[in-house]
Ligand binder design. Structure first.
Ligand code: AOF
Ligand code: ZN
Length: 361
């Protein structure tokens, strides 16, 4: 199952509204267990993982064990149900991690397999697989996009310096890791202040993964982002959505559209974008995961409203606070108390600690 969970990560962000699921087929003919086929949900969401793994295994699927990160589907879509495909291939045992909350499935896949005499073991490594499926599960349960908040914090507790644009806090290995995070999300989101101050490109620039740049979402309730911002001028190359309040004049909207930006209207609360509604609107247009990269106010608002599902804290080795106006990290101890610490990675001179929110109920 651990191998299947790793394989599923490969197409994260590429499968549209369908989750990226993986299936690994293992058999043991007395000489030790070995993999005879594996598959991951194809880009765009179809084919599903199971038929791909079964096609690779061919006749060797008969009598094998299938490890699947999500319960096999039970519905007739464009293809027959995966549970039926596994039955027809003669698989002996099916081990799954997460039950599919889709109404058309939700234990029906498991039931179909059991009714056909297949041994089913559900819930194997459910937590680990659930982290990879978080965008799908949160959209199903809460009807909103999943939120990962990424912050780079200096050794003295700051995330930047006012008026100084992009300040180097972490090194090249951490930067590569953050670009990998971009590739795995449907969208990357920043506030207007970050666009104005840093003029970031917000693309994935890892060699070979350039095509996996996520959609860019610019929160700009008052229409402050200049038409000369890189994220606007390159909207023809990378899909860019500007989130605007009602008060933004039509001339500015038209100019953004001419540059290739899409416009998403938003509700405003206390002068700021109403975030829960925005995340619902994003889910409704098929954007199920959002990586938030700045700035401090957007991060703080998401934390305060309990909308952060995963927190990625990069810790730089050096200090930057020895200047006039350093910007303090918005993450407080009481915010952190709502999260479970998962792991810490060493990335060159820097560290990355990953936290996931403790689910209520
Ligand atoms: C699987 N294996 O690899 C995936 C599954 O529109 P369809 O027909 O592709 O169905 C989408 C649903 O299929 C989706 O909501 C989820 O329930 C399931 N995803 N199931 O057996 C897979 N990606
Ligand atoms: Zn399926």
């Amino acid at each position: 199952m651990a191998a299947a969970i790793r394989l599923a990560r490969r197409n994260e962000g590429l499968t549209g509204t369908n989750p990226s699921v993986a299936c690994v087929l293992v058999r043991d003919d007395g000489e030790g267990a070995h993999v005879v086929g594996s598959g991951v949900t194809a880009p765009g969401g179809r084919p599903h993982a199971e038929p791909l793994a079964l096609a690779e295994a061919g006749p060797l699927a008969r009598g094998a064990t299938a490890y699947v990160t999500l319960e096999p589907c039970a519905h007739h879509g464009r293809t027959p149900p995966c549970a039926q495909t596994l039955i027809d291939a003669g698989v002996a045992r099916v081990v799954t991690a997460v039950t599919d909350p889709d109404d058309r499935v939700n234990e029906k896949g498991h039931a179909m397999l059991r009714a056909a005499g297949i041994e089913v073991e559900a819930g194997c490594m459910a937590r680990e697989a659930g982290e990879g499926l978080a965008a799908y599960l949160i959209q199903k349960a809460n009807n909103r996009a999943q939120v990962t908040l990424k912050l780079a914090v200096s050794a003295d507790g700051f995330i930047g310096v006012k008026g100084r644009g992009q300040v180097a806090i972490t090194g090249p290995v951490a930067r590569a890791q953050s670009h990998l995070m971009r590739a795995r999300h449907h969208a990357i989101l920043v506030g207007a202040g970050t666009v104005i101050g840093d003029d970031p490109e917000l693309t994935c620039r890892l060699p070979g993964l350039e095509s996996r740049s996520p959609v860019r979402i610019l929160l700009d309730p008052n229409g402050r982002v200049p038409l000369t911002a890189k994220a606007v001028t390159t909207a023809g190359l990378t899909r860019t959505i500007t989130v605007l309040g009602d008060g933004v004049p039509e001339t500015h909207r038209a100019a953004l559209r001419t540059q290739g930006c899409e416009i998403l209207p938003c509700e405003i609360e206390d002068g700021r974008v109403a975030l829960p509604e925005l995340l619902e609107d994003l889910a409704a247009i098929g954007i199920h995961s959002v990586l938030v990269e700045g700035g401090a106010k957007t991060a703080e608002a998401l934390l305060e409203e309990g909308l952060v599902d995963e927190l990625m804290l990069f810790a730089g080795g050096g200090g930057i606070g020895d200047v006039a106006e350093p910007i303090a990290s918005p993450v407080t101890g009481s915010h952190l108390a709502a999260f479970d610490e998962r792991e810490t990675l060493a990335l060159g001179e820097d560290k990355l600690t990953r936290y996931t929110v403790r689910r209520r109920g």
